[in-house]
Structures are given as C-alpha cells and as structure tokens.
Design a protein around this ligand. Structure first.
Ligand SMILES: NC(=O)c1ccc[n+]([C@@H]2O[C@H](COP(=O)([O-])OP(=O)(O)OC[C@H]3O[C@@H](n4cnc5c(N)ncnc54)[C@H](O)[C@@H]3O)[C@@H](O)[C@H]2O)c1
Length: 367
C-alpha cells in the first residue's frame, strides 16, 4: 500500500455571491481540496481573488478535465437543474439548501440520484456541528428520559440591503426557505419525523411578498410536541448563528442556545449543550433541584466539518450525511407549514407528500 498522500481534490464553485465566497474560503482552508474554477454569469470576483478560471456558464466548468466535485451555491430556483447537470456530467456535488425551490421539482432530482452512483450532499450544514452529534447521542441514549417537548427560536435582524437582491424578496426565498428550513431540518434530525404541523406567517415587519416571520406548532410521529418561531426582522441575540462560531460575519455569544429539549428526566439546550438533570436516586419532579452540566462536544464548526465530509463523499469514503431524499423531506415539511399558515389548518405531512407526488404524476410534465 502506498503512503503517498492523495492529491487535493479539484473543486469547482457554481455561484459566487455571499455564500459562494464563503465556500471558496472553506475550500481554501481544507488541505484536501483546491478551488478549480468558478461559474457565475454575473460575478467573477471570487475567481479573480483566487486566480482561477471564471466561467459564465456552469456547463463549461463541468466540462473541465480533472474536476473532482462542485459546490452549487446559486439561487434556489436553479438548484435542481444544476444538480441534474452535475449528475449527467458524473461530478459529485455539495448542493446548498434548500435542495430545490419546491418539493415537486425535487422529486425529479431524487429519481435521478437514485438511478445514479454519483453522490450529492445537501448543505444543511448544522448537522455537521459537533454539538448536534452529541445532542443526538444524548437523546437517543435516553439521557433526557422519554422526550416530551421541544422548542426553539431563530430571531435575527438581517440588514435591509439584503433584500435589495431581487430573488431574496420573491417566492422561493423568505425566512421559511432560507432560515427556518435549517431549524426544522435539525429538529427532524434530533427528534424524529413530523406527523402534523400548524403555522402562522407574518409579512408585516418588512411588507414583502415573502414572509419575514413564521411560527410553527409540531406534533412528531413519536408523540413529542414542538414549537419554533423564526424571524429575519427581529433584532435579538437568540438563534443558531449567534450561538455558534459557524460564521465569522456574526458576533458570537458563548453559552447561548436556540433549541430547548425536555424529557421525563431532564432537559438540554443546544448548541451550548447545557444538560439539566436530577441527582441519582432523586425523584424527577419540579420540587427537586436540577444540576447543570455541560455535555462534551467535539471541535470545529459546521462548515469546516461539512467540507471535510464532502471530501470523504467525493472520495467514496462516506455516504452523504444529508441526502437528497432527506433534504426533500425537510423541504416538504416547510411547504406543509406554508400550506398550514395559508389555510389556517393543520397539515399532515405524509398527506402533503402524497398529494405533491400525485400532482407531479398527474401533470403533463415529462422528465
Ligand atoms: N448553508 C448556509 O448557511 C447558507 C447561507 C446562505 C445562503 N445559502 C444558500 O446559498 C445559495 C446562494 O445564496 P447567497 O446568499 O449566496 O445568494 P447571492 O444572491 O448572494 O448569490 C447567488 C449567486 O449566484 C449567481 N448566479 C445567478 N445565476 C447563476 C447561474 N445561472 N449560474 C451560476 N451562478 C449564478 C449570482 O450571480 C450570485 O453571485 C442559496 O441557495 C441559499 O439558500 C446557504
């Protein structure tokens, strides 16, 4: 067996806006990857900064010899088409979330992925955060007893200029698809699949076509109840982005939490991993004191770890932690929440998925 280290993977970037430039940094920080080129019809600044070829069309990038993988970071409505082009070119991809701009179109990608041996990892980066693996282990090992209820919030005030970008104001964006999608994905990962969802949507704070605030009530299939509220118009220190060092663009507030999980024997906040429990032999009731211990977690931030995982996926050493099927289920959940918000009703997620799939089958659309 050779001890020669494998050559760094040549990774292309499709889309070089805010998040594309971050991915260029994550590639540069990984010793097993180098940026091979950037495709963006409107922006060549990242290509110039890294001194790599710029392409106006991602097909040109995908045709470059020696390309090992790409990161797709273009607007949401282009995700499915671009990912299908990668599959056709035989190039593994890290596809930013949401996996598509609607669940129905995502079924096209799902069918293609299942018929292909080219892997696609979807960028629900928070699943890679070390606190998430530790929280999931604690819950699954019964460290909170029987899980009863979960809650959480993501309140942040985005800069007004963020909405100068047209697609950020239009259907296909909004706090649900851009931000809440991460929170609901993580709640699915930590708690389990969702049976039903209710929601209230708010447009009042920004007055845009897309919602700025959304509040959801969840019943999980395992009987756990949950709630979550997200707003991109609400100034606060509470939310994943303020509670982790994932983005250096946001001030970090240590010992902060955005998810609260409670079971019959204890409670846990995430991502600071404060675990509250009763002393051995003490009855678990509110008259007894709870002790607070911080659960140990690994090191690194979500994006660095996601990039390392993508390298393993491209090299065939790991299956994607977030598959297209998994991310599609999260997208269906967001759409079910939207339907619930617009109708004022309760939506059964499995019914929503069945209806969406039937509508695609019944339509004249051919893939
Ligand atoms: N995982 C995360 O933490 C995270 C954070 C922010 C954004 N995102 C996702 O990343 C994606 C991009 O978001 P953003 O905030 O960087 O948006 P952005 O508007 O800043 O950037 C989008 C870029 O795509 C380019 N583009 C447009 N058409 C293109 C095409 N046909 N081919 C290639 N590039 C094209 C635009 O010129 C622009 O540079 C979105 O899907 C968003 O949901 C993920």
């Amino acid at each position: 067996m050779s001890n020669t280290p494998a050559a760094p993977l040549r990774i292309g970037l499709i889309g070089a806006g805010f998040m594309g430039s971050k991915h260029a940094e994550f590639i540069a920080a990984n010793p097993d990857a180098v940026l091979a080129g950037v495709a963006d019809p409107f922006n060549d600044t990242v290509a110039q900064e890294y001194g790599v070829p710029a392409y106006a069309d991602h097909h040109e990038l995908l045709a470059q010899p020696g390309l090992d993988g790409v990161i797709i970071v273009n607007p949401n409505k282009l995700h499915v088409g671009t990912a299908l082009d990668c599959l056709n070119a035989g190039i593994p991809a890290l596809l930013e979330k949401p996996v598509g701009s609607d669940y129905a179109e995502t079924l096209r990608l799902l069918a293609a992925v299942e018929a292909s041996d080219v892997p696609i990892l979807v960028g629900h980066h928070r699943r890679h955060h070390p606190s998430v693996a530790a929280a999931r282990d604690l819950v699954q090992e019964g460290g909170l007893g029987k899980l009863v209820a979960v809650s959480g919030l993501w309140f942040a005030r985005k800069e007004d200029s963020y909405f100068d970008e047209g697609w950020h104001r239009q259907k296909g964006a909004g706090v649900m698809l851009i931000n809440l999608v991460h929170d609901l994905d993580l709640l699915r990962y930590l708690v389990g699949e969702v049976a039903t969802i209710q929601a209230t949507l708010g447009h009042e704070a920004r007055g845009l076509e897309v919602e700025d605030t959304a509040s959801v009530i969840i019943r999980f299939e395992n009987g756990v109840l949950g709630s979550f509220i997200a707003s991109d118009a609400a100034a606060s220190p509470w939310g994943w982005d303020q509670a982790t060092e994932d983005y250096n663009s946001f001030p970090f507030l240590p010992d902060n939490a955005s998810y609260f999980l409670s079971g019959s024997a204890g409670a846990l906040s995430v991502p600071n991993l404060a675990h509250y429990s009763y002393a051995a032999g003490q009855d678990a009731n509110w008259h007894n004191p709870m002790s607070k211990v911080y659960v140990e977690q690994g090191t690194g931030d979500s994006y660095t770890r996601q990039m390392a995982h993508f390298v393993d996926v491209v090299r065939g050493k790991a299956a994607p932690i977030v598959s297209v099927a998994d991310a599609a289920q999260t997208l269906a959940l967001i759409e079910a929440a939207r339907e619930a918000g617009e109708t004022g009703g309760t939506v059964t997620v499995s019914d929503y998925v069945a209806r969406a799939a039937a509508a695609v089958t019944d339509s004249a659309v051919t893939w």
